[in-house]
Design a protein around this ligand. Structure first.
Ligand code: CA
Length: 235
């Protein structure tokens, strides 16, 4: 039988939750329903879903604070989160994405739209979740286990730096401009300055330690990871 992705629905309105669950079940998903943050947390502690549908307005902890919490937790940070918002809540959408949601969908939505969004976030996350290891020189990144090692020794890399490093290593030796990196690493929903890239490159270099020379600044062009770094490096 084909694998049925698990979907955790966090929604306090039972009628909406039931409707979503029925539609998901009919379309090859395994839905679970939690009516608030506390019961959602119990579900997450028991079994990790493939995607979380998270209502914005919940009793107790709001959807956005839950998204932030789960993004900050090593166990749940890779699970795609699709926020459910009310029509016209533009600032909410931005705040939801800032909190770490992958996408949002505005109520009321059609089943087809919901399924399309779920499949899209699953596709986007999938390459990072499967055992996907890349090695450049003596630097290895394993996206499946969220580990980075240099000469066999583990390095501590933050989540954004990890994504940045992953992208650079998958496209090693090539120079990437700041705007390309913003587009590929941060995604098209986020509105941030190009300087942000420099900040994360700096943090990434700190995390890389002696391997930092592999992350080169190409003056006027951008950044690259190379297996054969130049002797001196411009910060
Ligand atoms: Ca609600």
């Amino acid at each position: 039988m084909k694998y049925q992705p698990r979907v955790l629905i966090v929604e306090d309105e039972s009628a909406i939750a039931e409707l979503i669950a029925v539609n998901l079940r009919h379309n090859g998903f395994q839905p679970t329903w939690a009516e608030d943050g506390a019961s959602a947390q119990r579900e997450l502690d028991a079994v990790l879903p493939d995607v979380i549908l998270l209502d914005w307005m919940l009793p107790g902890q709001s959807g956005v604070s839950l998204a932030r919490k789960w993004r900050g937790d090593a166990r749940t940070k890779a699970i795609p989160i699709l926020m459910l918002t009310a029509r016209g809540d533009e600032p909410d959408k931005v705040a939801g994405l800032d909190a770490g949601a992958d996408d949002y969908i505005t109520k009321p939505f059609s089943t087809q739209e919901l399924l399309a969004r779920i499949r899209a976030v699953l596709r986007r996350r999938a390459p990072e979740q499967v055992s996907d290891s890349v090695t450049i020189g003596e630097l290895t990144l394993d996206a499946g286990t969220y580990r980075v090692t240099f000469q066999g020794a583990p390095l501590k890399v933050g989540p954004t730096e990890f994504k940045l490093l992953h992208y650079l290593m998958k496209h090693a030796e090539r120079v990437h401009s700041r705007s390309q990196l913003l587009d590929k690493v941060w995604g098209d929903h986020v509105f941030i300055e190009e300087r942000t890239v420099d900040v994360h490159v700096k943090r990434l270099r700190e995390a890389l330690g002696v391997a930092a020379t592999m992350l080169e600044t190409v003056r006027g062009a951008g950044y690259r990871i190379t297996a054969q770094p130049q002797v001196s490096i411009q910060a």
